[in-house]
Structure formats: C-alpha cells, structure tokens
Design a protein around this ligand. Structure first.
Ligand code: GDP
Length: 331
C-alpha cells in the first residue's frame, strides 16, 4: 500500500477505540512502540474522558520514532477517543497541531500525485457566473471547486492563493452569491467558487434548494477533479459541513478538507486543534481512508503554499490521466 505522509491509524480494543494521528508513516524504517509508558516518556500521556470521569488511558498507545528528528517531533500521539465518546469533551485535552502535522498531500488515497510543476499562480481572471449548467464554460479545462459555509473564509482563501485581493469580490456581489463562479488560472485551469451554504437562519427547504443546482454541478461536471471543502477551525464541527461531506462521499465526489482560520481563537470555543480533531473523528466515521487535509490561515498565510502546490499536483494528475481516478477513500 502506498504510504501517505499523514496517516490515521485505528486500533480496536475491547474497551476503547484508539485514534492516532501521526506526521509520519508507521511503516519501517520507523519503529513503532506500543504502550502507555512509551508515550509517557515522550511527554504525550493521553488522558481520556470516560463517562464524565477523567482517567489515564488504559488502552495501548501507539507512538512512532522517526529517524528524522524534525519528523519525530511531529509524530506525537495527540488524540485518543473512547469507543462510546459522544461529544467533544470525550477528546483528550493535550492536543497540539503544528504545520508539520499537515504536510503537503502527496497522495490521493492510494494514488501518488505527480510533482507540483509550475505551481505558481501567475494569472487569475474572473470568467463567468452561472445558475444553470448550460452557462458553465465549455472549454473542458480542469476544474477544482471550493465550497464551504458562508463566512468560512472562502473569498479570503481564493484571494490569498491567487495573490489577487478582490478577485473573489464577485462572490459577494448581490445576485452572485448563489452562482457558480469560474476563475481562470494561468490560462490553464479553473478555480470554481461554489455558493456558500448553511445560512444560520435557513431552514431545511432553503438548504435543499441550494443543493438543487450545485448538486447537478457535482454530479455531472466532467472536468471537475476535486472539491475543496472549507471548514472553520475556530469553531466546533458544524452539522451543515458534515452533511455536505456526507453527501459528497455518498455521491463519490473527490473531496479534500481545508481547515481555515487557524490563527483565530474564539472565546468560549475549544482550541482550533480540538475542533479539528473532533471534525476528523467525524470524518473517520464517513471514510475508510482519510481524504487529504490542509490547515490554513488567510490572515497569517499559513498553508498557502501547501494549497497552491496541492492544486498544481491535482491539475497535473488530471493532465496525466483523463478522467482522473476515483480516490480509494471513496471506494
Ligand atoms: P466567505 O463568506 O466564506 O467568503 O468568507 P470571507 O473570506 O469573506 O471571510 C469571512 C470573515 O472571516 C471575514 O471577516 C474575514 O476577514 C474573516 N477571515 C477569513 N479568513 C480568515 C483567517 O484566516 N483568519 C481570521 N482570523 N479571519 C479570517
């Protein structure tokens, strides 16, 4: 099996399920140690909540040792959830997520992505806004779409990676907030801005209405190679995001998750790292194999280059194989 740089290992024991996130693959030449003592020595003793009672974890803890000291640092165990965990408080409190934990995705499921040649975004141009399929561009260029709840930071991310402040203004213009907007990148491929969803006061009816035309795009748009689902890391998992993710997984639409607002700490909300871990736990329920994830902040520029290079890899994959393979995490 091809190794991805970021793997999620799940171990089932009688009393608890161990979810281990690592920055390195646990395959040789790395040695894997199992047991609480080993993790304690590495300063990552996990405390799980079980039935409201804090308790030291009794299930085995897996840690890895990488020959590379930098990787070793990022390979700490940082998440453990009990089998009957029902809410975020069931997650361990000692969590830290660094950029090292979200390296550039090099694999799409089992498929190795090509090198990110010509990654730099030199030109970005607004092309069109569509409300119907027949209004979409007809030149068959590769499309990578961005979607997320309103206010997730979609426009900020689009502006940031294209180095063009104001490019995504179009998606804020009255009348264009619910259109599918195409931006031509380097005269070569499209970055596609999809309508936001999960309006705070919108009822079920409005949500389904939104899906009406976006759904058709997902299901029938041949040049579409990837949907980047943006998830706000400064707040706990949102039902609307999970519904969207579930829908995309069921429809076998290739999806990657981009966590936004990594710099932001909201009062009364858990830390970003805890929000992310809680979201990843939900993802674990949906996917056998985790889709690529990237942590970003448009405010600090964190993850910007990682996203740009990942987009280049995806575009290069689409050039190599048309149609692109279905990622193994959707099988
Ligand atoms: P959209 O509705 O998804 O297009 O979201 P916007 O890009 O307009 O961002 C919504 C709000 O979040 C704005 O006030 C942004 O300034 C803010 N925002 C976006 N990205 C970030 C970020 O990375 N960090 C912080 N702290 N705020 C952000």
């Amino acid at each position: 099996m091809a190794a991805s740089m970021l793997r999620v290992v799940r171990t089932n024991t009688a009393s608890s399920r161990l979810v281990v996130h690592q920055g390195v693959s646990p395959r040789p030449p790395y040695t894997t140690t199992v047991g609480g003592a080993a993790s304690r020595r590495q300063g990552s003793l996990a405390i799980a909540r079980h039935g409201g009672q804090k308790q030291a974890l009794t299930a085995p803890v897996i840690t890895t040792r990488s020959p590379n000291p930098a990787q070793r640092l990022s390979s700490r165990v940082y998440a453990v959830a009990t089998e009957d965990a029902t809410d975020d408080s069931d997650y361990v409190k000692q969590i830290s997520i660094s950029q090292n934990d979200y390296p550039e995705p090099t694999h799409l499921g089992d498929v190795e992505l090509p090198d990110p040649e010509n990654a730099r975004i030199k030109t970005a141009e607004y092309i069109s806004s569509a409300v119907r399929h027949d209004q979409l561009p007809k030149d068959n260029k590769t499309e990578i779409a961005v979607i997320g709840r309103s206010n997730v930071g979609k426009s900020s991310l689009i502006n940031s990676i294209t180095n063009k402040n104001g490019l995504a203004m179009v998606s804020k213009t009255p009348g264009k907030t619910r259109t599918i907007n195409h931006f031509l990148i380097n005269d070569d491929w499209y970055l596609v801005d999809l309508p936001g969803y999960g309006f705070a006061k919108a009822g079920e009816k409005r949500r389904m209405e939104w899906f009406g035309f976006t759904k058709e795009y997902f299901l029938e748009r041949e040049p579409l190679v990837m949907v980047l689902l943006l998830v706000d890391a400064s707040i706990p998992p949102q039902q609307a995001d999970l519904e969207c993710l579930n829908w995309l997984a069921d429809a076998e639409v290739p999806v990657s998750v981009i966590f936004t607002k990594m710099d932001k700490k909201k009062k009364k909300c858990p830390k970003n790292s805890q929000n992310i871990l809680a979201f990843e736990r939900e993802m674990n329920e949906i996917f056998e194999q985790m889709p690529p994830r990237i942590a970003t902040s448009s405010a600090s520029g964190l993850g910007k280059d990682v996203v740009v290079r990942y987009l280049a890899r995806l575009r290069n994959l689409a050039k190599q194989t048309a149609p692109p393979p279905v990622p193994s995490y959707l099988e």
